[in-house]
Write a protein that binds this ligand. Structure first.
Ligand SMILES: NC(=O)c1ccc[n+]([C@@H]2O[C@H](COP(=O)([O-])OP(=O)(O)OC[C@H]3O[C@@H](n4cnc5c(N)ncnc54)[C@H](OP(=O)(O)O)[C@@H]3O)[C@@H](O)[C@H]2O)c1
Length: 372
């Protein structure tokens, strides 16, 4: 269970899950320091109410937390700002922590100290919360031993920080919907996203062709070049697909059997147009906030199937046993240079700037990863 370290100045103690009344903890910690196992104070991105993330979040200092026998105190190294983190703060994500809350859901840290009963982790180990767990946007996180998964320390920290959500989503979506064979083609929109970049490389590794749609944006040629270098076969901006015979663009590639949509609106319609008879489109995001429109003929004459994927649901199911194994597998791909994606490591002091970039206020930017 996550532990929030409240300061009464900012956060109502009654609404927080805390082990002691905060004032009693602060007063007593000085003379109990030798008897108890306390975390260091933590700096955290907190929001007291849901709303626009750039308005409702603030960085505050939180007092030490007492470690119980099974607790592990982790000094966070890095954590990303994902679209779902933003949606949780906005209050539009179906599962979110009660407010006041600390932001973040995944990340990597180094074990700083251990409760007396912890036996499987050591100080200095690198760990990630797996499955991911709320409250990673802070300098010290205290959670039970079972939350933490020890990982290979030789992987770059920004990859360890980001492995649990997006690469895992890409991996699962390629496996779980349609039986694909080498030589088949997949189509996706939002190809510049971290999930999109992973799909390109994982598909390529399986011998699948991939067709990619990106939005019209400043620097689209540069973006295309980067995706090509990752193994993209074809990349189109949405406006380049305003053609009569969209499938004519495929050339020698087989018509796609499976499509991925994380944008909605026109970008989703384009994925559907590319799909072959009996094809499937999996929706996993809605970056444009626009609905998906499906023509009647797509159903009648093409018999298309529309599916959805939600990693959080998948992790809560029986499949979750495999979660840590797959994370280790993805990190081994990273280590062997078989999986990479663009990120920008940003010092924690610049959190607000990173948040503005993640919110799209400053145009397109790579995934923002906070370095603590
Ligand atoms: N269902 C699940 O379990 C699950 C799991 C993981 C991720 N997701 C979803 O997958 C999507 C991608 O996540 P990510 O972390 O990989 O993304 P990311 O790396 O943060 O990149 C954001 C992507 O969204 C695009 N984008 C931003 N605003 C847009 C708009 N208004 N219209 C169209 N495209 C827009 C960006 O395009 P530019 O490069 O052109 O700026 C970029 O491709 C998100 O919707 C996320 O919620 C879902």
């Amino acid at each position: 269970m996550a532990v929030l370290r409240p300061t009464l100045k900012f956060i109502g103690a009654s609404s927080l899950h805390c082990r002691l009344h905060p004032l009693s903890r602060i007063r007593s910690s000085a003379f109990r320091a030798f008897a108890t196992n306390l975390s260091p104070p933590s700096k955290a991105v907190v929001y007291e109410q849901q709303g626009p993330p750039d308005q409702v979040t603030r960085v505050i200092d939180l007092p030490p937390v007492e470690l119980r026998a099974n607790d592990v105190c982790v000094k966070m190294l890095a954590a990303p700002i994902n679209p779902s983190d933003i949606n949780r703060i906005e209050g539009v994500y179906p599962v979110r922590p009660p407010v006041p809350a600390i932001g973040g859901y995944e990340g990597v840290g180094e074990v700083y100290s251990l409760g007396s009963g912890v036996s499987n982790l050591s100080v200095g180990d690198w760990v990630i919360p797996s499955p991911p767990s709320f409250g990673t946007w802070q300098t010290y996180v205290v959670k039970e031993e079972t939350v933490w998964h020890k990982i290979d320390k030789s992987v770059p920290m920004e990859y360890a920080a980001t492995v649990s959500v997006n690469p895992l989503t890409a991996l699962r979506m390629l496996e779980d919907f349609v039986k694909l064979n080498p030589g088949d083609t997949i189509i996706q929109n939002g190809a510049t996203s971290m999930v999109g970049q992973c799909i390109i490389q994982l598909a390529r590794a399986q011998g699948l062709h991939n067709v990619n749609i990106i939005r019209d944006r400043v620097g689209s040629e540069e973006a295309k070049e980067k995706l090509k270098n990752l193994g993209a076969d074809q990349i189109y901006t949405e406006s380049e697909l305003e053609v009569k015979n969209i499938k004519g663009l495929l050339g020698d590639l087989p018509e796609p059997l499976l499509g991925f949509n994380c944008v909605g609106g026109n970008a989703a319609s384009l994925v559907l147009k590319f799909l072959r008879q009996g094809g499937t489109m999996v929706t996993y995001g809605g970056m444009s906030k626009k609905p998906i429109t499906v023509s009647t003929s797509s159903f009648i004459f093409k018999d298309l199937a529309l599916r959805g994927f939600w990693l959080q649901k998948w992790m809560n199911s029986e499949n979750s046993k495999d979660c840590r194994r797959m994370i280790d597998y993805i990190l081994s791909l990273v280590k062997n240079g078989k999986l990479k994606y663009e990120m920008e490591l940003v010092p924690f002091e610049d959190f607000k700037g990173a948040l503005d970039k993640a919110l799209g206020k400053l145009g397109s930017h790579p995934k923002q990863v906070i370095k603590f």
